[in-house]
Design a protein around this ligand. Structure first.
Ligand code: FAD
Length: 453
């Protein structure tokens, strides 16, 4: 595809959350004409993010979305009978974040359509999408596209694709209202699950209890609020959230089952964010993982459209990363559940043992280093390059601070027994002494070189 044809290729993104937004901005930078179709989420939610995630959102190009983010606030964690109040997190009002994402998209020249995606029908030229303004059948419009990005989060239809699911999990979100206060949050485990609570400066409290769907024996709707409130009153860290506050409104149920889409990319479509893989909210990393896939998607799409001969490589690149990230977060969650040892009911036992018993990190040793040809991102496209894989980095490392690592490993593997690694790197690769010294230190620290006793 030539540059002119590329700018003609129409790409539609369904869903304007962090993943759809970041993918659209990335595609725009590559010169594509992008339309995002999205509707506001139907309920109020507050979520917590770390400074690292905030940085990721900034790097993705969001500005207005982050303009009104409050400063970091205290976060208390009560787990396995121990309480820790050393941490902080940024509380994010999701409606405001998503609205800001829409403004950032418009400022970047992305067309944003406010409406509900009703039907998506594949045809010979791509897709025909029917969009409705909420509740108004009369204004249904038909949009056609060459390439489809599915970013409707957990609401994205399964589309008959193979998916791996963890234990079915539901989070019940309840709002309480109290006097305006300092923002804060807390997480606490209890016998049948765990709670996350947040207080927003206007006095709204977001109280979220997470349960196992199969074993929680939740009462029917009319009794649910009382059931949740009985649990909340047993939690030591809930007190500041309930004090002088009253329940307001109904309970909102959010599915929080971990789900991995085994086929996240095709020839003219891709799934990003929660639509590709949705992690357990215990990890507190949902937005981070949504961004991770969204930041990789534009180069994958660019390759599928411009170099269809490299489609298998692009698909391999994307699916391997989605799988890898999903398992990483699933194992982080598993180890965190395992650190709560007080209960042995189905909620805890299933989550302590899922997805597998593989360690989170594999030990790296110099003998495990291999030079392999694998897909990487280069100049907005996926290409095959020589990278270094280790036990712990099966997807490979191409560059470190701009230095290709495959020649480094080759040089070290071929060096004479009496030659020091630093001398070898200086001689063979012509590195400056200070660069070779810094690199050698990194290689020892990361077990790419066996430490000398
Ligand atoms: P979403 O953010 O869900 O965005 C999808 C967008 O598509 C929405 O705007 C939606 O309204 C729109 N949409 C959906 N259907 C349609 C349609 N038919 N037509 C048009 N538009 C549509 N992550 C954290 O980082 N920190 C947390 O504290 C945290 N807490 C969580 C608690 C719970 C209970 C759950 C379930 C998740 C939590 N997450 C948290 C995860 C986080 O919400 C998601 O991982 C993240 O929002 C995924 O981003 P996304 O862009 O893929 O999807």
């Amino acid at each position: 595809m030539t540059r002119d044809q590329q700018s003609m290729a129409k790409i539609v993104v369904l869903g304007g959350g962090p993943a759809g937004g970041a993918t659209a901005l990335g595609l725009k930078k590559l010169g594509y004409q992008v339309t995002v179709i999205t509707q506001p989420r139907p309920f109020k939610a507050v979520e917590g993010i770390s400074e690292r995630v905030l940085e990721g959102l900034r790097n993705a190009g969001f500005q207005q979305a982050l303009a009104n983010l409050p400063a970091a606030s205290p976060r208390m964690a009560s787990w396995n009978g121990e309480t820790n109040s050393a941490n902080t997190e940024r509380l994010v009002n999701r409606s405001e974040l998503d609205r800001g994402i829409g403004l950032d998209l418009q400022a970047a020249g992305v067309t944003v359509i406010d409406g509900r995606v009703d039907r998506v029908n594949p045809n010979d030229d791509g897709y025909a999408i029917s969009v409705k303004a909420d509740g108004d059948v009369a204004v249904a419009q038909l949009i056609t596209t060459d390439f489809l990005v599915e970013a409707r989060g957990r609401s994205a239809p399964g589309a008959g694709l193979e998916r791996l699911r963890g234990s079915e999990t539901v989070s019940l979100l309840q709002y309480w209202q109290g006097a305006p206060c300092q923002p804060q949050s807390a997480a606490e485990s209890f016998q049948d699950g765990w709670a996350w609570m947040a207080a927003w400066s206007d006095g709204t409290r977001y109280l979220q209890l997470t349960f196992d769907v199969a074993s929680a024996n939740l009462p029917d709707k009319s009794q649910l609020i009382d059931h949740c409130n009985r649990i909340l009153r047993t939690l030591s860290s809930a007190e500041p959230f309930l004090d002088s506050a009253e329940p307001s409104g109904i309970i909102h149920a959010r599915t929080s089952t971990p789900i991995l889409c085994r086929e996240a990319v095709g020839g003219n479509w891709i799934r990003v964010g929660d639509a590709a893989m949705a992690v357990d909210p215990l990890s507190g990393n949902g937005i981070f993982q949504a961004l991770s896939s969204a930041l990789q998607a534009p180069a994958v799409i660019n390759t599928l459209l411009q170099q269809p001969e490299n489609a298998p490589l692009a698909k391999q690149f994307y699916q391997q990363r989605v799988d890898h990230l999903f398992y990483r977060f699933a194992r982080i969650g598993r180890d965190f559940y395992a650190s709560e040892a007080r209960w042995d009911n189905p909620f805890w036992v299933t989550r302590r043992n899922w997805p597998d018993s593989e360690p989170l990190h594999q030990e790296t040793d110099p003998a495990s280093l291999k030079v392999e040809t694998l897909p990487v991102v280069s100049n907005g496209l996926i290409t095959a390059q020589e990278v270094v894989t280790t036990n712990d980095q099966p997807l490979g490392i191409w560059h470190l601070n701009g230095l290709a690592m495959a020649p480094v490993v080759r040089a070290l593997q071929q060096r004479a027994a009496d030659e020091s690694p630093q001398d070898c790197l200086q001689q063979t690769l012509g590195l400056a002494p200070s660069t070779a010294e810094g690199l050698t230190r990194w290689l020892y620290q990361n077990s790419w070189l066996a430490s000398v006793r």
